[in-house]
Design a binder for this molecule. Structure first.
Ligand code: NDP
Length: 445
């Protein structure tokens, strides 16, 4: 494989798609050795085929606000690769959404889904629509208009979207309602559904729980547990609150949460009561960070800053891509961090990953650490097919086992001669081998 030549060609074909090119570079760099050792991959053009999505649908989404004004947003679905199962990946509604971001997320999803051990291909979609500040009726009209286009290309055996940033239970409900009306069927075409209409218990907290289960496996390798560990988290969305709850349950002391405006440092640590307070604020669409600092004395709000300047043993970035840069990584290393587990997708810049790896900090990449979300979506698909619903204990037990299996795959393919585990390499190689094997078996399609 001529990595630099492949990247140069891709940059020519897709100029300016920074996030997509960054994600492809990271994967290709890790699999270079295994690719070159297996000439059948090159003969079958695996790289050339895996880096391009099978197809991309873009469409306009017209909708009317409460005052009668017409708005037009852009909608996308990137169906990246279905070598091992139907396309599967979330929908993101956020003003920053563009094709590069969705292609990066869809590409990552191929390997993440492969790692889960479940039969799911990779996809991603979304819109530049911002649900923040919109009324329920506006969000409903937007979701219905979005689904009027999307439904043509999805289906329970074809492509099964889910939530992501800006798409939670409310949005999935409106999207599902419209799909059901158009398709005239009640099937598992979306995951993250409500409990009473086909959803899986534990899906909302699954990504955060899974991230902590993965981190606990990293700790175990060094004979440690979460008990007494200082944990720094970023964000306070779907992923972060689940991670906060599970880390706290396991005895960790979570001392930060954050938003785009700054972070909260609470030296006393989060408690179940504080987490519930924040969940109530979130549910009523209110800002969390400032009210928290007023309500809980002793906590401090650091405006315009990121949490990576505090002293911690475990860092779990759970907000967004490229939120932890080189300087942040250097601060964390100086302050003695031993474990970094990416709850979000690609929150750590490549330069920051290098800082952690050079310092021999155990670093778990998002595609392994946050795979518990999509894995639980996979369990929801299984329950929908079987027309039954498992208990919280059953789902949690399966999720826990899947996270242990993902961790083992990373160790198997990522352990270096000096004993350091390169989790990035381990996750990429394990995820790639399964997908590439399926692509070989199915011929050039
Ligand atoms: P949410 O929208 O629920 O939460 C995102 C959180 O991050 C919010 O608290 C948000 O604050 C905060 N945030 C956004 N931008 C910044 C920023 N620049 N700096 C600091 N904080 C910021 O999203 P999710 O929790 O669902 O997703 C978070 C990440 O995890 C994404 O990368 C997503 O792709 C990934 N992921 C999510 C999964 C899931 O199951 N939800 C599964 C796997 C990965 P505010 O609300 O104030 O904007």
């Amino acid at each position: 494989m001529k990595l630099e030549k492949i990247m140069a060609d891709l940059e020519k074909k897709h100029p300016g798609e920074v996030e997509y090119l960054q994600a492809v570079h990271e994967v290709l760099e890790s699999i270079e050795e295994i690719y070159n050792d297996n000439p059948q991959f090159e003969a079958a053009g695996i790289i050339e085929r895996i880096v391009e999505p099978d197809r991309v649908l873009t469409f306009k989404v017209p909708w009317v606000d409460d005052s009668g004004k017409v708005h037009v947003n852009l909608g996308y679905r990137v169906q990246f690769n279905n070598a091992i199962g139907p396309y599967k990946g979330g929908l993101r509604f956020h003003p920053s959404v563009n094709l590069s971001i969705l292609k990066f997320l869809g590409f990552e999803q191929i390997f993440k889904n492969s790692l889960t051990t479940l039969p799911m291909g990779g996809g991603k979609g979304g819109s530049d629509f911002d649900p923040k500040g919109k009324s329920n009726a506006e969000v409903m009209r937007f979701c219905q208009s979005f689904m009027l286009e999307l439904w043509h290309i999805i289906g329970p055996e074809t492509d099964v979207p889910a939530g992501d940033i800006g798409v939670g239970g409310r949005e999935i409900g409106f999207l599902y309602g419209m799909y059901k009306k158009l398709a005239r069927e009640h099937t598992g075409v979306l995951t993250g559904k409500g409990r009473n209409w086909g959803g899986s218990i534990l899906r909302p907290e699954a990504t955060g729980y899974g991230a902590v289960y993965f981190a606990a496996e990293m700790l175990k390798l060094k004979g440690e547990t979460f008990n007494g560990k200082i944990v720094a988290l970023s964000g306070f969305g779907n992923v972060a609150w689940g991670a906060a709850r599970k880390a706290t349950e396991l005895g960790g002391k979570v001392v930060t949460i954050s938003g785009p405006d700054g972070y909260i440092y609470d030296p006393n640590g989060l408690t179940a009561e504080k987490i519930d307070f924040m969940l109530d604020l979130r549910a009523s669409n209110q800002d969390i960070v400032l009210p928290y600092s007023y309500k809980f004395p002793g906590s401090e709000f650091h405006a315009g800053k990121r949490p990576w300047e505090v002293k911690c043993d475990v860092a779990i970035p759970c907000a967004t891509q490229n939120e932890l840069g080189k300087q942040d990584a250097e601060n964390l290393v100086r302050n003695g961090v031993s474990y970094v587990a990416e709850g979000a997708n690609m929150p750590t810049t490549p330069e920051a990953v290098t800082v952690f790896q050079d310092a021999k900090v155990m670093f778990g990449p998002g595609k392994a650490v946050n795979a518990g979300g999509v894995a639980t979506s996979g369990l929801e698909m299984t329950q929908n097919t079987m027309k039954l619903s498992w208990t919280a204990e059953e789902v949690d037990q399966r999720l826990h086992q899947i996270m242990k299996d993902i961790h083992s795959q990373c160790v198997q393919y990522g352990t270096q001669e000096d004993g350091y585990i390169n989790y990035v390499k381990g996750a990429n190689v394990a995820g790639f081998l399964k997908v590439a094997g399926a692509m070989l078996d199915c011929g050039v399609v």
